[in-house]
Write a protein that binds this ligand. Structure first.
Ligand code: NAD
Length: 255
């Protein structure tokens, strides 16, 4: 019996085998969970479908989080096929590259809206759609970054979006606790992925994290996956509204 045997849930945010969401998916699968996946568009479906199928997933659906109809359709399909779900993984973020290159004060109104919509509001709308299907309580985990609470060079509008995301975690946790639904975030250290390649001078972030983290090394997708597994499992039954750092301790270090 695995930690997640008998539990079913959905993972938003696999783009390829370097995605943090993929690291999470592998841990959940090994722990016995049954998984559904979404992909952003047709181009990514080609990468996501074989990965999902390698973990025996049958429910693999399109979902652009800006498209409310697609989101509603995803959870309707889960209800149709499974009746109920136990967990949701939200590992999605986006900001225009140009907005991450310019000084923060030059962020465009549209760019600000876009980053906040895809990276923060999507957790709120996703949770709203998941509620009717989380019939016996559940656990929701999203991915955040230290740039929410400290300034990180070039993280700019994405830091503001992550601050909104972390606050949303707390408000959702406060609202949904009485229904047995827990909401938490994992704050990962820098990891080379498709999304992080859009952050200017990302290599420098990797170098600094490695040099200054108490663990004196970078973290990887597997480690983020293991901590997410804990938060999604009954091991964390008393934990909600938390921002859980998986960054080798970098966030505690100064200087
Ligand atoms: P990734 O590129 O593998 O994943 C980002 C995902 O967001 C992709 O699957 C992409 O398809 C999806 N996405 C973007 N716009 C979307 C939309 N409109 N609708 C639906 N999906 C959309 O990169 P990742 O680094 O694995 O990112 C996953 C999460 O982890 C993000 O929230 C990111 O901010 C967070 N995170 C990453 C790092 C890091 O260093 N890589 C550190 C901390 C937190």
């Amino acid at each position: 019996m695995g930690l997640m045997t008998g539990k079913r849930g959905i993972i938003f945010g696999v783009a390829n085998d370097k995605s943090i969401a993929w690291g999470v998916a592998q841990q959940l699968h090994e722990a016995g969970a049954e998984l559904a996946f979404t992909y952003l568009n047709g181009a990514l479906e080609k990468r996501v479908r074989p990965l999902a199928e390698s973990l025996n997933a049958n429910i693999i659906l399109p979902c652009d989080v800006q498209n409310e109809e697609e989101m509603v359709a995803v959870f309707a399909e889960l209800e149709k096929q499974w009746g109920k779900i136990d967990f949701v993984v939200h590992a999605i973020a986006f900001a225009n590259r140009e907005d991450l290159k310019k000084p923060f004060s030059q962020t465009s109104r549209d760019g600000f809206r876009l980053a906040l919509d895809i990276s923060a509001y999507s957790l709120v709308s996703m949770t709203r759609c998941a509620l009717p299907v989380m019939k016996e309580g559940g656990s929701i985990v999203t991915m955040t970054y230290l740039g929410a609470v400290r300034t990180v060079p070039a993280y700019n509008v994405m830091g503001v979006a992550k601050a909104a995301l972390e606050s949303s975690v707390r408000y959702l946790a406060a609202e949904l606790g009485a229904q047995g639904i827990r909401v938490n975030a994992v704050s990962a250290g820098p990891i080379k992925t498709l999304a992080s390649s859009g952050v200017a001078n990302f290599k420098e972030k990797l170098r600094v994290a490695e040099a200054r983290s108490p663990l004196t090394r970078l973290v990887n997708q597997e480690e983020v996956g293991k901590s997410t597994l804990y938060l999604l499992s009954d091991l964390a039954s008393g934990v909600t509204g938390e921002i859980h750092y998986v960054d080798g301790g970098f966030n505690i270090a100064a200087g």
